[in-house]
Design a protein around this ligand. Structure first.
Ligand SMILES: [Zn+2]
Length: 411
């Protein structure tokens, strides 16, 4: 990258050579500061991320949900590897007072890095990232502006490109979950209870991936009315049992928008109960319950952390919001959702328009991650590495809104 040429060093000789030197000497120097320095940095895009997004921010942003802003800067703006820091301003209107937010990270911009914006979107460190304060994600409009980019420890750098993006946060109801651990006994009299980690992972995943500002969560463990070994009817028994519990609790004042989900421990693989929702309602029906197995994944569906209850539970819960199967992998899953828009059950087609964002959960040691749209699959598939695609995210958002309107307790 070439740098702009500065003024000639010998100003005196230039001044005396110039026919208007006398006039100029009385005027303030107008271009004396265009000395050697970096060319302008081009802002390529400002992406506002919750669970899934396109670079033009086409996915609905949920008010009061954890939100991160990514600012992409062209590598061509630096002559050599440069560490950049940044600051954005947030305003609710053009003239309103600004909130200043510093970047969470330093961006190392390398002019020899050939990464295109699609590549950068899939690597969380290849942008300046900003976590929005809660007060900035209230329902309504927000104008995000790249205010400053500085060389670490240095001056502000000139910026070009689109420095401002207007966005809108849309109000959404919380997700209400009553999670019931069903404790069962096997033939030898040994009992199996879901570990706390499975509840924690499930809850956290719903908070991170679902189109909701928060999860109103409660959990309890009760004795199951079935025993191991399991058969095909076990999950039906589980659903019947929690549907009965739900009915009693709703009659006693529990919010009728609450979804009930059972977790059944897999006894380290010895007693695996295949999950199932009691139905896939075409209209809002929060009384539809679902049950899911839980356990340590050991690579199950590409998962190597402490629990698969998160995405598995989110899948069964997705059915209770009317979501069907995309049909992937073929042969393993029925294609009951012919409208599913992405190849291979992915989060994005090959155009890489959509990138999943997991903003992480420090309490569970989960890092902030960008989830490549082609390498990850929708939660309603049976494929590896599951997250919510934009289609599922929007569909559940709309169903939750309908449930909220139709089932809100009176008074
Ligand atoms: Zn399913």
């Amino acid at each position: 990258m070439t740098r702009k040429l500065g003024m000639p060093q010998d100003k005196t000789s230039r001044k005396s050579d110039h026919p208007y030197a006398r006039v100029q000497s009385d005027a303030p120097p107008t271009i004396a500061f265009a000395g050697p320095g970096p060319a302008a940095l081009a802002v390529e895009a400002i992406e506002v991320c919750q669970a899934i997004q396109s670079v033009d921010n086409s996915v609905t942003l949920i008010a009061n949900k954890a939100t991160m802003v990514r600012v992409y800067i062209a590598q061509s703006g630096v002559a050599s590897e440069t560490r950049l820091r940044g600051e954005i301003t947030l305003r609710t209107s053009g003239q309103g007072p600004a909130t200043f937010v510093p970047a969470m990270n330093e961006l190392i911009l390398d002019p020899t890095d050939g990464a295109a914006i699609a590549d950068k979107r899939e690597t969380i460190t290849k942008s300046l990232n900003f976590r929005l304060p809660d007060s900035a994600t209230r329902a309504g409009s927000l104008i995000i502006e790249v205010n400053r980019v500085t060389q670490a420890g240095g001056d502000d750098l000139p910026l070009t490109g689109t420095r401002t993006v207007p966005i809108k946060f849309v109000p959404a109801p919380p997700l209400r979950i009553r999670c019931i651990g069903l404790r069962y006994r096997d033939g030898a009299g040994k009992t199996y209870t879901p570990d706390a980690v499975h509840f924690a992972y499930f809850r956290s995943y719903l908070e991170r991936a679902y189109p909701v500002p928060s999860v109103i969560w409660s959990q309890i463990v009760v004795d199951a009315n079935f025993t191991a070994p399991f058969n095909n009817d076990t999950v039906l028994d589980a659903n019947m049992q929690i549907a009965a519990i739900r009915s009693t609790e709703i009659n006693s004042g529990t919010d009728p928008r609450t979804h009930y989900v059972a977790l059944v421990d897999d006894a380290n693989g010895a007693n695996f109960m295949r999950g199932r929702a009691m139905g896939i309602p075409a209209t809002p029906q929060p009384d539809t319950v679902a049950s899911a197995p839980c356990g340590v994944p050991k690579g199950f569906a590409g998962d190597a952390d402490l629990s698969y209850a998160d995405w598995y539970g989110a899948h069964e819960l997705g059915h209770t919001f009317g979501r069907y199967h995309p049909g992937y992998p073929p042969g393993q899953q029925d294609a009951s959702d012919p409208a599913f828009p992405f190849q291979n059950g992915q989060l994005s087609n090959a155009d890489r328009k959509f990138v999943g964002y997991d903003l992480g959960d420090p309490a569970l040691g989960m890092p902030l991650q960008a989830l490549a749209g082609v390498g990850h699959h929708d939660v309603m598939t049976y494929a590896d590495r599951q997250w919510l695609c934009a289609y599922t995210f929007e569909a559940i958002r709309i169903r939750l809104k309908e449930e909220d309107e139709q089932f809100a307790p009176v008074g």
